[in-house]
Design a protein around this ligand. Structure first.
Ligand code: FMN
Length: 196
């Protein structure tokens, strides 16, 4: 595996291949957080944007992951592209996207998804499907006319990678591993190869 100048260029190349070959959701990544006792928690999300700053996903800030990431402000994330037999893993600090960025993404979602963001008290107990459908009906009536605004508890997190590892399958488990780490002044990247 060749090293690129930075992990974003490397990710660009691999993500393009994943988009071409994955049957669905090439942007799906597992995001790990820690609860208040230090116990790791993990779930899939959809990465909606990435650039040199980091990778962005959107969620309910009152969900388990919302509360955990607001508390610890650190995350690890992992992509596994089965069709390519590759993984990308990264770790770093977490920030909240700007209101303007969250508004723009929220406005791009289908109307029913925007209603759903109001109706779902994500990660809290649900008595039954009817309770959720009643909440959807309530907010559909409330926002029957005009735009559906972004709920105050719904926004995006940006994970700012400090390390990014690219892993590619090779025969006989002699896989390729290449890690990019932020250099001492935080402006560039250094690379290391690791035993599989
Ligand atoms: C492929 C896939 C993509 C998902 N994308 C998101 C997402 O972008 N945002 C989100 O809040 N939940 C997403 N979910 C649901 C989460 O995995 C999770 O069930 C939910 O967010 C509650 O997690 P929590 O209780 O840890 O907060 C996705 C699930 C799957 C399987």
């Amino acid at each position: 595996m060749d090293a690129f100048a930075d992990p974003i260029s490397h990710f660009d190349a691999w993500f393009a291949e994943a988009r071409a070959s994955e049957p669905n959701d090439p942007n799906a990544m597992a995001v790990a957080s820690l609860d208040e006792t230090g116990l790791p928690n993990l779930r899939m999300v959809l990465m909606k944007a990435y650039d040199a700053e980091g990778l962005v996903f959107y969620t309910n800030f009152e969900s388990a992951k919302g509360r955990e990431l607001l508390g610890q402000r650190k995350a690890a994330a992992l992509f596994h592209w089965k069709s390519l037999r590759r993984q990308v893993r990264l770790r770093g600090a977490v920030s909240i996207v700007s209101d303007a960025e969250a508004d723009a993404y929220f406005a791009s979602r289908p109307r029913d998804s925007r209603i759903g963001a109001w109706a779902s008290a994500q990660s809290r107990p649900l008595q039954g499907r009817f309770e959720l459908e009643a909440a959807v009906a309530k907010y559909a009536a409330r926002f029957a006319i005009g735009e559906v605004p972004r709920p105050p508890h719904w926004s995006g997190f940006r994970i700012h990678p400090e390390t990014v590892e690219f892993w590619a399958d090779r025969p006989f488990r002699l896989h390729d591993r290449l890690v990019y780490r932020r250099d001492a002044d935080g402006t560039g990247w250094i690379t290391d190869r690791l035993y599989p």
